[in-house]
Write a protein that binds this ligand. Structure first.
Ligand SMILES: C[S@@+](CC[C@H](N)C(=O)[O-])C[C@H]1O[C@@H](n2cnc3c(N)ncnc32)[C@H](O)[C@@H]1O
Length: 266
């Protein structure tokens, strides 16, 4: 940081310079690849994220030492990012195999169980969080075994879905139930957030039975009743291979972006 680039005294949110702050506000970004520490265990998880991408969000929405929650922590990318930038983090994961990977990657707490239950039992002891940043299962996206990517993963012996536990949000059959339960969870998380704390949800609109189901939009509308919706940042995956979906009959998108939906406690 140069002499001219100091943190504004009025900035109570983070420790970024003006230049760094403004750079982050661009509504899209490209992040390719997965974790930097590629191991079979991390690769095995069908949807692990690059910690560097999460770190940028954490550095914007918190100051060093503040607390971050990831209720769907998977292999622990959020906790790795917390370690890298000196934040406290707590993760929750339903399946022991992924929780074990997360625990190997960091020394931060990983609670094993159904978040719907853990939020009432073990989580309150950790106090309030400045930021909840997470990526829930994208409804039943992993049930589409015929997808090209799923076929490639199958050949490599990697997991095609998280598991078969009925408490898994990815096992919920109807969209209505999925959105109702996920919406309720994020509404309950409000009580665990500091005043004016933030919630960042990574999610996609997904294809199901020949049409696009706008779960990202519907979740946003639902959460606006209790949170202020600050906007989205679109994560572009520029490295993904284009597939001939729909060709030569009709438009079927290659969905190569995710939304990071940004909310604030009202
Ligand atoms: C999209 S993945 C998160 C991946 C994570 N960001 C990473 O980098 O590894 C969603 C995770 O939520 C977990 N999950 C699903 N239902 C859950 C529940 N009821 N309680 C806690 N975790 C759950 C899944 O096992 C999966 O690991």
């Amino acid at each position: 940081m140069s002499d001219k680039e100091t943190v504004d005294k009025r900035n109570k949110l983070n420790e970024l310079t003006g230049r760094e702050w403004i750079r982050f506000t661009k509504s899209w970004f490209i992040a390719d690849g997965k974790s930097t520490e590629i191991t079979h265990e991390i690769d095995s998880h069908p949807a692990s994220f690059p910690p560097t991408m999460i770190k940028e969000f954490i550095e914007f929405f918190t100051k060093p030492g503040e607390k971050v929650l990831d209720p769907f922590v998977g292999t622990g990318s959020t906790l790795v990012a917390c370690n890298e930038c000196g934040r406290e983090g707590v993760g929750i994961e339903l399946y022991e195999k992924y929780a074990q990977t997360a625990m190997k990657r960091t020394n931060l707490p990983v609670l094993i169980g159904d978040i719907r239950k853990v939020i009432k039992t073990e989580l309150p002891q950790f106090g309030k969080f400045s930021l909840c940043i997470t990526s829930p299962p994208y409804w039943r996206i992993l049930k589409k075994f015929k997808d090209y990517n799923q076929q490639e993963r199958s050949k490599k012996g990697l997991d095609l879905k998280y598991g078969e536990d009925p408490k898994d949000f990815g096992m919920i059959e109807t969209k209505e139930k999925f959105l109702a339960e996920l919406g309720d969870l994020f509404i309950n998380i409000i009580d665990l957030l500091e005043e004016r704390g933030h919630l960042v949800i990574f999610i996609q609109n997904i294809r199901d039975k020949g049409e696009t189901i706008p779960i990202a939009y519907e979740l946003t509308v639902q959460l606006r009743k209790r949170y202020k919706f600050l906007g989205e940042r679109i994560w572009l995956q520029n490295q993904k291979i284009l597939r001939p979906y729909g060709y030569p009959y009709g438009f079927v998108p290659n969905i190569h972006h995710h939304y990071a939906l940004i909310f604030q406690k009202k």
